[in-house]
Design a protein around this ligand. Sequence first.
Ligand SMILES: Nc1ncnc2c1ncn2[C@@H]1O[C@H](COP(=O)(O)OP(=O)(O)OP(=O)(O)O)[C@@H](O)[C@H]1O
Ligand SMILES: [Mg+2]
Length: 463
Amino acid sequence: MFFFPLQQEKYFLKNYNLEIENLAKTVALGVKIAMTEQNFEGVQTALDFAKADKRMRFVALVQNDTGAEPVVLNIYPENYPWVPAGTLSDSLIVKQAPFDVGDLKGNVVIGFTTDEITKNMKDIRLTALLVSLVVFAFGILIGFWLARTISKPVLALRDAAIKVGSGDFSPRVKAGTKDEIGELSNAFNKMVTDLAAAEEKVKKAQDQLVQQEKMASLGQLTAGIAHEIQNPLNFVNNFSELSVELLDELEQEKDPETIRSIIGDLKVNVDKIQHHGKRADNIVKGMLMHSRAGGTEKQKADLNLLIEEFLNLAYLGMRSTDTSFNCTVEKHFDPELKPFDMQPQELSRVFLNLFNNSFYAIHEKSVSEKSQNRNFSPHVTVSTKKVGASILITIKDNGPGIPDDVRDKIFNPFFTTKPTGKGTGLGLSMSYDIIVKGHGGNIKVDSEAGKFTEFTIELPHAS
Ligand SMILES: Nc1ncnc2c1ncn2[C@@H]1O[C@H](COP(=O)(O)OP(=O)(O)OP(=O)(O)O)[C@@H](O)[C@H]1O
Ligand SMILES: [Mg+2]
């Protein structure tokens, strides 16, 4: 806005100066010719040439050969205060041209007004301002147009993308134009539709996996329970077989003394059968309680008993898959712990998973240590302790541990390092939900690769 007017002004000024200088030269030449011919009218005519210009302020003939002060020979208008060439002034430009006629040397000095130049400059500035305003207005219009056709749809796309990013697949953008933005909008809409469909599929797959996980943990549980029932059943079978033999003997026996003794033995056997039958009955009842639906309601339960029960089940479950499996289990149960409100079925799933994880880890380690002929004594420590208003439960094993880069992920759903079919990776994420969301507690892990893994559960006692 300022550069071009300034350039224009400079250009004007230069031309104006040149014009005046040329005029001075022309007049000086006329003066010289006239003077050489001693034609004084000619001198006047030459000076008139300059006077004719409207922009002229003065024209002077100055003698300059005496070496002293220049002498004004002639000036128009008369008595005008003469100024030498090169004088700087806002209203005047003064130029001179020399003439030389034998013994008379001097200058023709012309003063021209700068009014016209100033006016021109003002005009230029005004025009420049007007042009700038027009360009500016035009720029604003283009800006509006761009905003309508580009920014608005792009912003709409951005907002929709943010919503989609946060899991809401409902937004679609209007694809009004047929340009790149329109194409982008169409592509975006298609992407969101595909994403929604994909998410739907993933959800279905997840549901299926959760179901599988439940079945798998039930499978482990059943294996443990079957093992547990097998034991009393063996007793029942053995004692009833023995009793049948005793009855056979009794049929043959005549001696009243021996008969009494056999009857005594039979009584003991029947007692034992009854005792072990009751044991099996209890186990089945426990299993029924565990598998009963709607296990999320809270009820008073003994945490120590619950933990012990599922520790045994997990251990038996592990032994049912590998009969050579062995592990020292150390228990430190806080005797002060009274039954309190909890979701026992849910918590039992947590403990079953933690114990299964530990036994699995220990089993892996003992297999690998054995293959390298190294000694390894598997060890699991379980403890409960009431600390203030909380109960701390720790489960520690001396298995392979969890490497640092894996530790952050173990609570993620579907994270597993077990081979396909052995684990779904839902155990810990389910445990986390049950402890944190279901009981308002906390579950943490501490581990050193190659040394140990320790899970600590904190349950508020009031829960
Ligand atoms: N005691 C442990 N020692 C070593 N690694 C463990 C232990 N507990 C858990 N992990 C690691 O955490 C991962 C996730 O455990 P999580 O219980 O969530 O799933 P999973 O046991 O692999 O499968 P699922 O429990 O569904 O059968 C395991 O695959 C394992 O890598
Ligand atoms: Mg698990």
